[in-house]
Write a protein that binds this ligand. Structure first.
Ligand code: GH3
Ligand code: MG
Ligand code: MG
Length: 404
């Protein structure tokens, strides 16, 4: 069995790898366009600096980003190391290329370019990575201004601080507002992942979205179809009872609950006797009508908390929370009686039907059986009822397993 938290982490790393791969193409494209244009401008003396420095910086950046992308594609996963390396390469390229093409009074270009890095980091990798990148940009920028001023550049600290402050405000708002983007998207992915597994218990929390956007809309749409999906995936279309999947989920959930509460829980397995002969005599469609009627009978007789399922062709199961062995056995007897005495009618003729039933009970203590063995025990008891002559209920008592 795979650990869910680990599966989530792996899914995230695979998503990171895909994002970094297409981002590499964008990064290389932007570097080539911006760097190429700058080199051209330098060539015609419209921009200061030597084209060769910029060319080296650009080639280095493209090589690093391209190399990272190839490695990530090869490995199929990417984590903090790869994201960090990409951001460091971005910032180094921005600083180095600005140095190679701008005099100190134009260093603010760094802040403009840094927004590109923040966007790429923020939107896809979240608030933490973007905040670190923001901090590095501010420190690096102030460092460069400091060195510039020391070397006699015409820069004024108050003006530079104000530029950095404006940048920090704008970038901070951006990070704050989009900070949850990746996490919220991940929540949505988890919801859909759970739905794939047949778990529709959690709704998308719309009220947690301070700034409703497209993700909120998808969440709302998911909430609208959630109940429909649940009934489609977890219930049996013929009888409208739970299907096997829905029942398995309910058993796992209720066993955990009863273990927490220290309460007992009974599971009833039912199989219709000689059902094949009903089909053989009246046809498969008539058999279906009977199955629907039997399901309705069990639903009618069940208490509010009980869960009725059609777990096989002509097999039903009922889960009875807070029910001890005696209660479960009595319920089973009642169901036997109910089917035996019910007037099933097909083609104007009364059809006599009986069921065989097995009951198993979990006591709610530490040595409880899991969902699987509880079902196995009920099935063993059911087979014992069949062997005993049908139309009867048997409770699992620990010895049935060894009875031939
Ligand atoms: P037993 O008393 O040993 O249970 O006899 P049985 O004939 O009920 O049991 P068996 O398992 O041999 O056969 C089950 C039959 O149930 C086979 C099939 O004809 C019928 N059946 C299974 N699923 C469906 C269904 O979805 N619709 C209908 N109409 N019949 C079904
Ligand atoms: Mg059967
Ligand atoms: Mg049968």
């Amino acid at each position: 069995m795979t650990h869910p938290a680990r599966t989530d982490a792996q899914a995230l790393q695979r998503a990171n790898a895909l994002i970094l791969q297409w981002q590499a193409r964008v990064r290389i494209g932007v570097a080539l366009v911006a760097g190429g244009t700058a080199i051209l401008l330098q060539y015609f003396d419209l921009l200061q600096g030597r084209p060769i420095s910029l060319l080296v910086a650009m080639a280095g950046y493209v090589a690093v980003i391209g190399g990272l992308a190839v490695t990530i594609q090869h490995r199929g996963v990417a984590g903090n190391l790869e994201i960090g390396a990409t951001v460091v390469a971005d910032l180094l390229f921005i600083f180095v290329s600005t140095l190679a093409s701008s005099s100190p009074e134009y260093f603010e270009r760094i802040l403009i370019l840094a927004f590109f890095v923040l966007h790429m980091t923020e939107s896809y990798f979240g608030r933490e990575h973007a905040s670190v990148a923001l901090l590095v940009v501010i420190m690096g920028y102030l460092g460069m201004v400091g060195v510039g001023i020391e070397r006699g550049a015409q820069l004024l600290w108050p003006q530079e601080f104000w530029s950095v402050t404006l940048f920090a405000i704008a970038a901070g708002v951006f990070i704050f507002q989009y900070g949850g983007f990746q996490r919220r998207l991940q929540n949505l992915v988890t919801l859909f992942h759970n739905a794939e597994e047949g778990d529709f218990n959690t709704a998308y929390d719309v009220s947690a979205d301070l700034y409703p956007d497209a993700i909120t809309s998808v969440g709302q749409a998911y909430n609208r179809v959630r109940t429909q999906l649940a009934s489609m995936v977890l219930s049996d279309p013929l009888t409208a009872c739970l299907n096997r999947r829905g029942f398995d989920q309910a058993v796992t959930r209720e066993i955990a609950r009863s273990a927490r509460a220290g309460s007992e829980l009974s599971l009833i397995s039912i199989d219709i006797d000689h059902f094949k002969s009903v089909n053989d005599t009246y046809g498969h469609l008539a058999g279906d009508v009977i199955l629907r009627e039997v399901g309705a009978l069990f639903v009618q007789t069940a208490r509010g908390a009980d869960m009725v399922a059609r777990t096989g062709g002509e097999e039903f199961s009922v889960l009875l929370p807070d029910t001890n062995a005696l209660g479960g056995y009595k319920a089973a007897l009642r169901m036997c009686e109910l089917v035996r005495t019910h007037r099933f009618m097909l083609n104007g003729k009364r059809v006599q039907l009986t069921v065989s039933i097995g009951v198993a009970t979990a006591s709610g203590t530490d040595d409880d059986p899991g969902a699987l063995s509880l079902k196995q025990r009920a099935d063993e008891a059911l087979y014992a009822a069949k062997r005993g002559g049908r139309d009867r209920a048997r409770a699992w008592n620990g010895e049935l397993a060894s009875v031939g």
